[in-house]
Design a protein around this ligand. Structure first.
Ligand SMILES: [Zn+2]
Ligand SMILES: [Zn+2]
Length: 426
């Protein structure tokens, strides 16, 4: 009775939020290590931005309309409104401008890891309103397609390293400022001609952001979405040649890609390359991104092109789980297991652990448990090659027993010679 009552009273995480528990953490750690290793190799430096931004960052970057704003968690304080991060690229661009991180000599290349939040949930897992991602961003004076290719390459290599199979890239390009007007005109005419085939939500977009219709997920207007004029047919010379070069680079790298002329983005700021990366049998992308050449300008910086993309780590984790792929490494077995008996041994054990740490010898202990049998059982489970047994007598005499767990051979050594004695046996 008591425990049932207690259980009913526990505080749970808010709906859609989740915890990563120690049992799952090793896999997450592994994913993040892969991200960091690749970031390091391709010369991306780590950036960590705040989880909270001014709402203005979203509105100024054209990324937001009322519907998008509704999807953000908003914090209101006095007359100011803040949003919890939904789009990490915006924060990176904001930080770049705010701290004047531009350099004439080299591209600004960063990567980030962290959570994103969406009140409506994420398309692949609507029950979650929180997701984990890792992303890459290049901001540079030249709108160089080589960076589009490098971002795509980095994301693909990470997915490969994480054992994702069947990786394919869907690629599209959206118009720049110059060719956008002509293209918009075509889209407008096309969609207005299909007025009667639109869902109720999209009908509302007819008078506003008509592009929203292209990312609607309603079945009713699927046909409209499947056959609208593709932006690739309306590119200016500049956009066309940039896109062609991206293709050439991907070809050179041997990456599997396909033109997806109807690939669309829900962030209103994409210009140029837009991509999604898929794993086998998965309708949702594991990574996505694109070019956003006017974003720096829109948050108050000098006109500087940028391109970026991110991996949805939790999607990757779910994909791996569904496919039965394990990428979790075993945590390295501790080289020693410290067993203590009695209060004096426990006190001295604290100092001994520090000595081991300074000598880079890993140690597992069970300082909170006094019972010898419990500690011995744990030592066997951890499979450490050496047990250090600190009995009452040994603690008193400043010595310790070193036991080889395989052979069972043991020897008492003076505490001040313990590091030597361990090193000799490992
Ligand atoms: Zn153009
Ligand atoms: Zn619709």
């Amino acid at each position: 009775m008591g425990s049932a009552k207690k259980k009913a009273n526990i505080i749970k995480a808010p709906e859609g939020m989740y915890d990563i528990l120690p049992s799952e953490y090793m896999m997450w750690d592994r994913m993040r290590k892969v991200v960091r290793d690749f970031a390091d190799f391709y010369n991306f430096f780590r950036i960590e931005t705040s989880l909270i931004e001014r709402e203005e960052l979203m509105t100024r970057s054209f990324a937001v309309d009322d519907e998008m704003r509704d999807r953000s968690f908003v914090i209101q304080k006095g007359g100011e409104r803040f949003v919890v991060r939904r789009d990490p690229a915006l924060s990176v661009i904001r930080a770049y401008v705010e701290h004047g991180l531009n350099s004439a000599n080299q591209a600004f290349k960063v990567f980030y890891e962290g959570q994103i939040f969406d009140k409506n949930g994420f398309s692949d897992a609507p029950e979650f309103r929180e997701a984990h991602c890792a992303g890459f961003e290049v901001i540079d004076g030249e709108s160089d397609p080589v960076y589009d290719a490098q971002i795509i390459l980095t994301l693909c290599r990470i997915l490969e390293e994480l054992k994702v199979t069947g990786i394919t890239i869907g690629l599209n390009t959206l118009c720049c400022r110059h060719c956008r007007m002509g293209y918009r005109k075509q889209i407008n005419e096309y969609i207005k001609g299909k007025k009667n085939d639109l869902c109720a939500q999209c009908e509302k977009h007819l008078t506003g952001k008509i592009e929203k219709i292209l990312i609607c997920e309603n079945e009713k207007d699927k046909l409209v979405r499947d056959s609208y004029p593709a932006s690739v047919d309306y590119l200016c010379t500049y956009c066309r040649s940039g896109f062609k070069i991206v293709f050439e680079y991907l070809e050179e790298l041997g990456l599997q890609y396909a033109l997806s002329p109807r690939l669309s983005s829900d962030c209103g700021y994409t210009t140029g390359t837009l991509f999604e990366i898929y794993g086998a049998d998965l309708p949702y992308p594991l990574a996505s991104g694109g070019r956003h050449d006017y974003l720096v300008e829109s948050v108050g910086g000098k006109n500087t092109p940028a391109v970026g993309g991110l991996i949805y780590l939790d999607r990757v984790a779910r994909w791996l789980k569904a496919k039965g792929v394990t990428i979790a490494p075993h945590r390295a077995k501790p080289k020693t297991f410290l067993i203590h008996i009695g209060a004096l041994a426990r006190k001295k054990a604290l100092g001994l652990i520090e000595q081991l740490r300074e000598s880079n010898i890993s140690v597992w202990e069970s300082l909170g448990r006094d019972a010898l049998d419990v500690q011995l059982k744990l030592a066997a489970k951890m499979e450490s090659p050496l047990a250090l047994i600190f009995g009452q007598k040994e603690a008193f005499e400043d010595s310790i027993i070193v036991r080889d767990m395989k052979s069972g051979m043991q020897e008492t050594v003076p505490l001040k010679k313990i590091i030597e004695a361990i090193k000799k046996r490992l």
